[in-house]
Design a protein around this ligand. Structure first.
Ligand SMILES: Nc1ncnc2c1ncn2[C@@H]1O[C@H](COP(=O)(O)OP(=O)(O)OP(=O)(O)O)[C@@H](O)[C@H]1O
Ligand SMILES: [Mg+2]
Length: 161
């Protein structure tokens, strides 16, 4: 994990949307956003709100089976990767990832920790976890009691930018 510059608590999907929209307004050609977090923490959801703010009208679907989806109808081209099912970094070479990473669009990569060695120095990483607050301290689950996170659980975004 790189040095964390900001830690943001996200209490609802609406806050994910606000975060995503603010981030999208800052994005420039060549930016790479790495999303690291467990199943269901909201990587695709965050990508969807970023895409919307970029002016992309096409529906954002999870590129789990295709590894990459390209959206070119917005302010910047968006290359959305989901490398969860990638078996090796070689597969990234085969799909020509360098064209995307060093191109004129924005790359968003779900499960980016799986291809850490390929990520350029300028990559912006968001580590997403479920919030670990105890009951009585507001939204949150007591993991000590073995409670599983649910969809409405608060999230924490730790950003290295
Ligand atoms: N604060 C939140 N931010 C994002 N999604 C949330 C939030 N609260 C609830 N959700 C819900 O959690 C789910 C997150 O699913 P999503 O597909 O975005 O996760 P993911 O991290 O991309 O999962 P996967 O690892 O399978 O790709 C959605 O159904 C969304 O509506
Ligand atoms: Mg996803």
């Amino acid at each position: 994990m790189k040095e964390i510059k900001r830690e943001i608590r996200i209490n609802s999907e609406y806050e994910t949307r606000q975060f995503g929209e603010a981030l999208a307004r800052e994005l420039k050609p060549g930016d790479i956003l790495a999303l690291v977090g467990d199943l269901g923490t909201g990587k695709t959801t965050l990508t969807k709100y970023i895409a919307r703010e970029l002016g992309i009208m096409q529906a954002i679907t999870s590129p789990t089976f295709t590894i990459i989806c390209e959206y070119t109808d917005g302010r910047l081209p968006l290359y959305h990767f989901d490398v969860y099912r990638l078996n090796s970094a070689d597969e990234m070479l085969e799909l020509g990832y360098e064209e995307y990473f060093f191109g004129d669009g924005v790359c968003i990569i779900e499960w980016a920790d799986k291809i850490e060695e390929l990520l350029p120095e300028n990559t912006k990483t968001i580590y997403i976890t479920y919030d670990e607050k105890k009951p009585g301290e507001g939204p949150g689950r007591d993991y000590a009691k073995g409670a599983a996170p649910d969809a409405q659980q608060s999230r924490v975004y730790r950003c290295d930018f």
